[in-house]
Design a protein around this ligand. Structure first.
Ligand SMILES: Nc1nc2c(ncn2[C@@H]2O[C@H](COP(=O)(O)OP(=O)(O)OP(=O)(O)O)[C@@H](O)[C@H]2O)c(=O)[nH]1
Ligand SMILES: [Mg+2]
Length: 348
């Protein structure tokens, strides 16, 4: 059977409940893609369904160039540990996408410097970096040129974590919307070859974002959690002990604040509730899931940190980050168990 043009899964018209089902024998798209494209609804969630190492192993065995797509807004979640080891000897072109979501105060120079510093910290080597967004035609052309240069006529595998924007980027390169894209992680299901000009690209299923808030959140809440327009930083001046509930998804407690501030970089649809730390536990227990929404039905754990720098980002995978500056003594971050919290040098 042929493969679905949208997600790369093998088509079948026998089992309605299985992936790849299409009611029409001659259809180019599976029913799941058809519904995602035309109605935006998700009939089968695949956010936990794909073996992440399968993708890397397969790509490592191919003679190809690699286009690694990383979402700039959710950068830490986009990192793939051991990537350089898996893809040793391959040229990796990084497209840092969703540039349009970041504040305009972040210059290209600063964004590139940030990316290279983080990659160095993590021991990942890339051949070249292009900052891009789906609206930025100049960046799309730069990606096309870089792929041509490094691929030398070989195919180019497009890899990255789920939801980073791989299929969207390929649709921009081809100038049509043949590939299925959606806000739900796990849209692309199989290796999906497309030829654009004389370059062969292979769209791949996203690598699982296992420690991300997006894995725990209800599909219906992704609209609130994932930003779809430029982030407006929310600035708070701090004194004493202050607590911030980010909806009911996470809580950041900042102790011993003096001449300090906290700037949140989150989806504009997510409400921030400020309180004193001494009231925070009670407020959280009483209102989580009511006033503090959305939330996830999961046990929470706490990450603690003594602040050593004058300025630092607290990053929560899948949610965004808070930049804390000034004098703050201690930080506690409450997140659903398993969700990654990273403390990094401030991006902005
Ligand atoms: N604002 C903004 N959103 C983007 C950009 N690129 C992709 N998106 C959005 O990100 C979401 C995921 O895009 P996809 O192209 O489906 O991502 P993917 O990497 O193919 O995802 P999987 O197939 O699940 O691995 C969609 O809601 C896109 O509209 C961009 O440059 N800017
Ligand atoms: Mg995809």
């Amino acid at each position: 059977m042929p493969r679905c043009r949208g997600c790369g899964v093998e088509l079948q018209n026998t089992d309605k409940k299985a992936l790849g089902y299409t009611p029409k024998a001659d259809s180019e798209y599976c029913q799941r893609c058809f519904r995602l494209i035309h109605y935006g609804d998700l009939t089968v969630s695949m956010k936990t369904g794909i073996d992440p190492f399968d993708v890397l192993k397969k790509v490592s065995e191919m003679d190809c160039a690699v286009l690694w797509v990383v979402d700039l807004f959710d950068f830490e979640a986009g990192m793939i540990s051991g990537l350089s080891r898996y893809l040793a000897g391959k040229d990796i072109i990084m497209a840092a996408t969703k540039r349009d979501l970041l504040p305009e105060t972040l210059s290209d120079h600063k964004a590139a410097e940030f990316v290279f510093t983080r990659l160095k910290d993590l021991g990942i080597h890339i051949s070249t970096l292009i900052l891009s967004s789906k609206e930025d035609q100049t960046a799309i052309e730069e990606i096309r040129e870089a792929v041509g240069e490094y691929a030398h006529g070989r195919p180019c595998a497009v890899i990255g974590k789920a939801n980073s924007g791989k299929s969207t980027l390929l649709n921009c390169l081809s100038g049509n919307n043949s590939l299925t894209v959606s806000r739900y992680p796990g849209t692309t299901l199989g290796f999906n070859e497309i030829t654009i000009g004389d370059q062969v690209y292979i769209d791949t299923p996203g690598i699982e974002i296992e420690h991300s808030m997006l894995m725990d959140a209800d599909e219906a809440d992704l609209k609130t959690i994932v930003p779809d327009s430029r982030i407006k930083p929310a600035v708070y001046q701090l004194k004493g002990d202050q607590s911030f509930a980010l909806g009911g998804l996470a809580r950041i407690d900042l102790y011993g604040c003096e001449k300090a501030s906290c700037v949140f970089y989150l989806s504009g649809r997510l409400n921030i509730h400020r309180s004193k730390c001494e009231n925070a536990d009670e407020l959280w227990q009483k209102h989580q899931g009511e006033m503090l929404v959305p939330t996830v039905d999961k046990e929470f754990s706490v990450s603690r940190k003594r602040m050593e720098e004058n300025k630092m980002d607290i990053v929560i995978d899948g949610l965004g980050w808070a930049c804390v500056s000034g004098t703050v003594k201690n930080i506690s971050v409450h997140v659903p168990k398993g969700v990654n919290v990273t403390y990094r040098k401030a991006m902005l």
